[in-house]
Design a binder for this molecule. Structure first.
Ligand SMILES: NC(=O)c1ccc[n+]([C@@H]2O[C@H](COP(=O)([O-])OP(=O)(O)OC[C@H]3O[C@@H](n4cnc5c(N)ncnc54)[C@H](OP(=O)(O)O)[C@@H]3O)[C@@H](O)[C@H]2O)c1
Length: 227
């Protein structure tokens, strides 16, 4: 299986990459950062918020069996008082880049291939601190559903699904809790959060089902997370 994976450089994406390599899947990764990766991994450097760079990724990557849209950013940016630049940044990466990547992947995907969008529990309910991040993940759910209807109407064999984790202990939380480091430290002490590997295992499960099986979404929360 050849997988194109955005967000390979950190957190959930890095854990997905590790599992893919264990299973000897071919991997094409996308990130802005330079990375030390095994020589079998093709790394395409791109800032996905810049449309030309995103388009170049798909021009360079060749045929694939799966696209995993894992790149994402999170600011705690309230609707009442948040910085609209942060809203725009989140919208560009979490929504616009994800949707365009789905579109550009379609001609490259094999029969029975998969598109997997990394969403969030914040795409199912709006937590009190969800601010503008949550709407970006509601949009991921809607894009995934729109894409599924369009693919079925076109009698395409491409499958599409999403995965919706609660808190996962990754560097994204350090961004999200910026200015509230004590709150995050308390949370890390009192809650056993999901690990990136927990999410990666479910991602791989979704890709490895028989080609007639389409999993719509997997929602995961730590047993310590109540909402
Ligand atoms: N952690 C959580 O609690 C949690 C919960 C639910 C859902 N999620 C979702 O899971 C996904 C992965 O998050 P994570 O927790 O693994 O975060 P992370 O550790 O901060 O990783 C984010 C990844 O996104 C990439 N990225 C961000 N902006 C980019 C851009 N403009 N262009 C290209 N790549 C970009 C980063 O790569 P570079 O910086 O190298 O470019 C990095 O690889 C996100 O979609 C997030 O919303 C996370």
């Amino acid at each position: 299986m050849t997988i194109l994976l955005t967000g390979i450089s950190s957190g959930i994406g890095a854990a997905v990459a590790e599992l893919c390599l264990e299973k000897q899947y071919k991997l094409i990764g996308v990130s802005r950062r330079e990375l030390k990766l095994p020589s079998s991994v093709k790394l395409l450097k791109a800032d996905l918020s810049i449309e030309e760079e995103l388009r170049e990724v798909f021009e360079q990557c060749g045929p694939i069996d799966a696209l995993i849209n894992c790149a994402g950013i999170a600011y705690m940016s309230p609707v009442c008082s948040g910085d609209s630049q942060q809203w725009e940044e989140m919208w560009r990466v979490n929504v616009h880049a994800l949707a365009l990547s789905c579109q550009l992947a379609i001609p490259l995907l094999s029969h029975g291939g998969s598109i997997l969008n990394v969403s969030s529990m914040s795409g199912w309910r709006v937590p009190p601190s969800g601010g503008f991040y949550s709407p970006t993940k509601f949009a991921v759910r809607a894009i995934t559903e729109a894409l599924r209807s369009e693919l079925r109407a076109a009698r395409s064999t491409i499958r599409v699904g999403s995965i919706s984790p609660g808190f996962v202990d990754t560097p994204l939380l350090d961004h999200y809790f910026k200015g509230r480091e004590t709150q995050l430290a308390d949370q890390r002490k009192t809650m056993k959060m999901l690990t990136p590997t927990d999410i990666a295992q479910s991602c791989l499960h979704m890709l490895e089902t028989p080609s007639h099986v389409e999993i719509e979404d997997i929602q995961l929360r730590s047993t310590d997370q109540s909402v």
